[in-house]
Design a protein around this ligand. Structure first.
Ligand SMILES: [Zn+2]
Length: 289
């Protein structure tokens, strides 16, 4: 699932290529991805592309006052085709991973695809990004200069006894961080994923704030300028604990461990984050109870 750094890189990549071009048309191959009815996607036809923005993990293509807002979700992705590249096969409803195609007057095109059967990719056609409920509900953006330690402190206090892992992933509390970068942030901050948010001490809060900024800024720097096709590998290569169960922690050499849930898992380093104590696997302990 693309998170803030990858969506930011996609936005930058697209901005350089589409602003100034004109939308020739939008083909919807999977009607289920389109979450709005009015305006219709055909309203984009003939409009100049005026900007590309990111809101949390949402990508926002603006054409003269109309917005195509995209949430790639877990299995969604974007495929870019330069002008002059071999023309794409026509979009055929219900066939293959293609969900929606934006065709540009230059001959370039952008395909939104979704692998697998989950079908969570979501596209909205709106007159303002904030008309998308998920965008309107977003918490503060951690890369915005207004995301100060005090802002994070208020987020933690409001979260009360909720566990840090869940708080970091909750888009309504902080925008843009998902399962992978929350593991990385907690590792960098040397905090257990299960710590209750509001109980963090002053120094722990400062360390969490610094870790959020460091991890995301580094990831954005690594992804920036890369074509869409290289972002997934770059994300994976930058991870220290996420997705690295059984490997050595690059900081202390301890073995990275995992806690599995029904539909996801988290990774952490016991020495760096939990005083050397392995966390109970919640799924396993529930089965044994
Ligand atoms: Zn470690």
């Amino acid at each position: 699932m693309p998170e803030l750094p990858e969506v930011q890189a996609l936005a930058e990549f697209l901005r350089e290529r589409v602003v100034g071009d004109v939308v020739a048309g939008i083909d919807v191959a999977a009607v289920s991805v389109l979450k709005t009815v009015d305006p219709p996607p055909s309203a984009f036809g003939g409009l100049p592309v005026t900007g590309v923005a990111r809101h949390g993990k949402f990508l926002d293509l603006e054409a003269d006052g109309l917005h195509l807002v995209v949430h790639l979700a877990r299995a969604g992705w974007l495929r870019w085709r330069d002008p002059g590249a071999a023309p794409p096969r026509p979009a055929r409803p219900g066939k293959g991973p293609l969900a929606l195609r934006v065709r540009l007057a230059s001959g370039a095109s952008m395909d939104l695809t979704e692998a697998g059967t989950q079908k969570r990719l979501a596209v909205y056609v709106v007159r303002a990004a904030a008309e998308v409920p998920g965008v309107a509900a977003l918490g503060p953006d951690p890369l915005d200069p207004s995301f100060t330690p005090a802002v994070l402190g208020a987020v933690l206090d409001a979260a009360g006894s909720a566990q840090l892992k869940g708080v970091l992933r909750d888009q309504q509390r902080i925008a843009g961080i998902g399962n992978a970068y929350s593991d990385e942030v907690l590792h960098a901050a040397r905090l257990s994923p299960f710590r209750p948010a509001a109980k963090l001490s002053g120094p722990e809060r400062a360390s969490l704030h610094a870790a959020i900024l460091d991890v995301l800024t580094d990831a954005v720097a690594r992804s920036s300028g890369l074509p869409a096709g290289e972002l997934k590998d770059t994300k994976r290569a930058g991870m220290r604990v996420h997705g690295r169960t059984g490997q050595a922690c690059p900081v202390c050499g301890d073995t990275v461990r995992e806690v599995a849930f029904a539909d996801s898992s988290l990774q952490y380093c016991p020495t760096c984050q939990t005083g050397g104590q392995p966390l109970a696997d919640r799924r396993l302990s529930r089965l044994l109870r």
